[in-house]
Design a protein around this ligand. Structure first.
Ligand SMILES: [Zn+2]
Length: 379
């Protein structure tokens, strides 16, 4: 175990340099040209390492990059999928006010933590394995997708089909906390829209003829908010609403978008059914319910064995690897739901994802790469 991490320690500066290159290639999910540009940079790095690289072309979103690393002499017995994403939540031009910079042991910049740091870790993990002639038994497929931050609409089927043929999935999303915990459970996530239709009328002349859609939505929000059960891991959050036209008009239309999350798959279905069963409260109002859960939960049992293994390997390398249960979803939710062992949060250590302060801990880069490399070599 030791040689891998020892080989990686002196590569901290090289890893940081590559991270700088990656962060400077902005890649907002909605900008195909930009994501494609960044995808080509990542693809070139993999080709240089002898991986077989395929671009999975997309019309609207960026192309996905699939890199298969199957070292010579290796008669693969099984397959490991390593998952990550190319896209970030930051619009083009963010770099101007949030440049890539190093300060006090941290590297800052849009997407440094979520999750370009993870992409760098994967490349150096493979470098370390090659340098140490540690050839994994399994074929390793790295899948870098282009639309994780916007729900993985074009990548989900691809992820699931590769995952089905894999014995394990390792996800390079950011670690939890500055102690670098991996993520062993994630909530299922969904979005439900409640649309109310009332009847417009003059608020002063004939209010009795009106049906107030905003009031209907308000009453529905009060109702669904009672479905929150934090102790059971169920959250319901009315996060965005709109309605009405003018103050002197009884509003005919209003709607609310509700974020829903649950730990258990069963609770997800039950919650969706409760939403679908909503009926209007005001006489004459109409309701329409759209949407639902789009990411199943990642339940801890799909991570338990991989986590135990990673924890033991980390211990041999001299550090403690903790675990975290988080409310946010990732592509690991899809693979875990298929019953494929999945371990998430193996990427960079840092903080401030999706914020102007996003940064990673530089010193942790070699250690994380060593952990990933060791997992690849021993799973
Ligand atoms: Zn991410």
């Amino acid at each position: 175990m030791l040689p891998l991490v020892q080989w990686l320690w002196p590569r901290e500066a090289a890893m940081t340099r590559l991270l700088g290159q990656f962060v400077r290639a902005e890649s907002p999910s909605y900008d195909k040209a930009a994501v494609d540009r960044f995808g080509r940079i990542v693809a070139a790095e993999w080709k240089r390492r002898g991986a077989r690289v395929t671009l999975v072309r997309q019309r609207e979103r960026g192309d996905h990059v699939r890199a298969e690393w199957n070292p010579p002499r290796n008669r693969a017995r099984g397959q490991i999928l390593v998952l990550g994403h190319l896209d970030t939540v930051y619009g083009l031009g963010t770099l101007a006010r949030m440049p890539f910079r190093l300060a006090r042991g941290r590297a800052y910049g849009p997407g440094a933590f979520d999750m370009k740091g993870g992409l760098v870790i994967a490349l150096f993990a493979v470098d370390a394995l090659a340098a140490a002639c540690r050839i994994p038994e399994k074929r390793i497929v790295f899948l870098w997708t282009s639309d994780e931050e916007i729900g993985s609409g074009t990548s989900r089927t691809l992820i699931e089909s590769v995952a089905r043929r894999s014995d394990a999935v390792l996800v390079l999303e950011p670690a939890a906390g500055l102690d670098g915990r991996v993520k062993t459970a994630r909530k299922g996530v969904g979005e439900i829209e409640i649309i109310a239709t009332g009847r417009a009328a003059h608020a002063g002349l004939n209010p009795e003829d009106g049906i107030n859609a905003i009031e209907e939505i308000a009453l529905q929000i009060a109702r669904v908010s009672r479905w929150n059960q934090p102790s059971r891991g169920i959250t319901v959050n009315a996060g965005l609403m709109e309605g009405g036209t003018r103050t002197n008009v009884i509003p005919e239309n209003a709607r609310v978008l509700v974020d829903v999350r649950a730990v258990r798959a069963g609770d997800m279905g039950a919650l969706e059914r409760k939403f679908r069963a909503l009926r209007p409260i005001l006489r004459g109002a109409k309701l329409q319910i759209r949407g639902g859960f789009n990411r199943p939960p990642m339940e801890r049992r799909s991570s338990a064995a991989l986590y135990a293994k990673a924890r033991a390997l980390a211990k041999e390398m001299g550090f403690t690897l903790g675990e975290a249960y988080v409310g946010g979803g990732s592509d690991g939710n899809f693979t875990a739901a298929l019953g494929v062992p999945t371990l998430d949060g193996l990427g960079a250590v840092g903080e401030g994802a999706h914020s102007p302060n996003e940064n990673i801990v530089i010193r942790a880069l070699p250690e994380r790469a060593a952990l990933l490399a060791t997992l690849l070599a021993t799973i």
